[in-house]
Design a protein around this ligand. Structure first.
Ligand SMILES: [Zn+2]
Length: 410
């Protein structure tokens, strides 16, 4: 089978073409693939995603580079017959986006070489951004932004980009940025007075078409810098989104965009301080609450009064919306009183919480009681003989679990 003539090699702006259907096949997953005698569809490869578009009345959803067997066009819709001549149409906005990202990468990678002699090891166009791995020593914001500045300078000079078909002997005389991946005749992309790279992708006609390059984020990865950047239309889309977010946050403070980092930092510091203060106040409140609970217990059951005999005071109470920490604070305040057992529960959202504790000298194994109670509320818990915690999902049975525990102590 003859290889497909690849029209995109010569003209990345060729968006419509006519071609003859050479073969039809069904792939393992049931999709229909057709090959043509010529195509302007770029298939996935070299870090650049596939073109999409139409062939006749069918949608082209993917293109696969089958090397010598040509380009496989995966189609959905009416299937043509072998020998038919059909009209192909490329989705221009998708091609433009890929062309900007891909050409942008040539320029950005060359900038890293020129400034830091740092080669690019791999490149991917992702859904929202592009990713390159650069062998950059001591990566830092300043160094990366320096490369961004140089790349944008080259973009705004609108330097011509040309395609040269050269023999391997000719290629050997050119200052190629990377080793060619294949033998024999080579396709070299030249950015005037800046970069020579062998490449089979689709490129802008001049650097100006790339528009602009911006870095979104970067991280160190195995002695390299993994850099997320974007070019052209993606930069505008990302700026719009980032600006929207920044303005929304600023509006919450009735402040300007640039002032928000300091305002958010202040809020976090204040929040931590308030959290500590709330903890202190909660402990004070728990001490008072504990006094009241013990007094009420003595009023309703005078025989438990510490002045009369040595019977234990058992406080068994269920609260609403009380966190595990808050229950624990109250339990600790209760068992600061002698001969006291605290059996506390809380309906905290959709969780039933339990804290059991006893003061030194009071009777009862809190761990054993907790395990029993947790089986009632369909949960888990445990601890030591004098303090145990647990939780479960059966809120309805919280009261029953506490009653059972109290009875066990009687
Ligand atoms: Zn390229």
């Amino acid at each position: 089978m003859p290889a497909t003539e690849r029209l995109y090699y010569q003209d990345s702006r060729l968006l419509e073409f006519d071609a003859r259907v050479v073969s039809l096949s069904e792939l393992d997953d049931g999709q229909i693939a057709i090959t043509l005698d010529r195509t302007a569809f770029y298939p996935t490869g070299g870090g650049q995603p596939t073109d999409t578009g139409t062939l006749g009345d069918a949608r082209v959803v993917d293109c696969i580079d089958a090397e010598n067997e040509g380009v496989l066009h995966i189609i959905q819709g009416p299937v043509p017959e072998v020998g038919d001549t059909i009209h192909g149409k490329i989705d221009w906005l998708r091609r433009l986006d890929h062309l900007q990202q891909h050409t942008g990468q040539h320029i950005f990678s060359a900038a890293f070489i020129q400034l830091f002699d740092a080669p690019t090891l791999s490149f991917r166009v992702l859904e929202r951004e592009c990713e390159i791995d650069v062998a950059l020593e001591n990566p830092a914001d300043e160094r990366i932004e320096q490369a961004v500045d140089l790349a944008n300078q080259i973009i705004w000079e609108s330097r011509p980009i040309s395609i040269r078909q050269v023999t391997s002997a000719e290629a050997a005389t050119l200052p190629l940025r990377k080793e060619p991946a294949r033998e024999g005749e080579l396709r070299v992309i030249e950015i005037e007075d800046f970069d020579f790279t062998p490449c089979g992708g689709t490129h802008a006609r001049s650097t100006g078409e790339v528009g602009v390059i911006a870095v979104r984020s970067w991280e160190r990865a195995k002695g390299q810098a993994r850099i997320h950047f974007m070019a052209g239309v993606r930069v505008v889309a990302d700026y719009r989104k980032a600006n929207h977010t920044a303005r929304e946050v600023a509006a919450l403070f009735s402040a300007g965009r640039e002032d928000t980092p300091a305002l958010v930092t202040r809020l976090i510091v204040e929040n931590k301080k308030l959290g500590r203060r709330t903890d202190e106040l909660e402990q004070v409140a728990c001490r008072i609450e504990a006094e009241e609970l013990i007094q009420q217990a003595h009023i309703s059951n005078p025989s438990a009064s510490p002045s009369g005999d040595t019977r234990m005071t058992v406080i068994a109470t269920v609260f609403d919306d009380r966190s595990a920490d808050s229950l624990k604070h109250l339990a600790l305040a209760l068992i600061a009183h002698s001969n006291t057992v605290a059996l506390l529960g809380s309906r905290d959202g959709d969780t039933a919480r339990l804290v059991f504790a006893r003061s030194t000298g009071a009777a009862g194994d809190m761990n054993a009681l907790m395990r029993q109670a947790c089986s009632v509320i369909e949960g888990r818990g445990g601890g030591k003989a004098d303090m145990a915690q647990g939780g479960g999902k059966n809120l309805e049975k919280l009261g029953e679990a506490l009653n059972q525990a109290a009875k066990s102590l009687a």
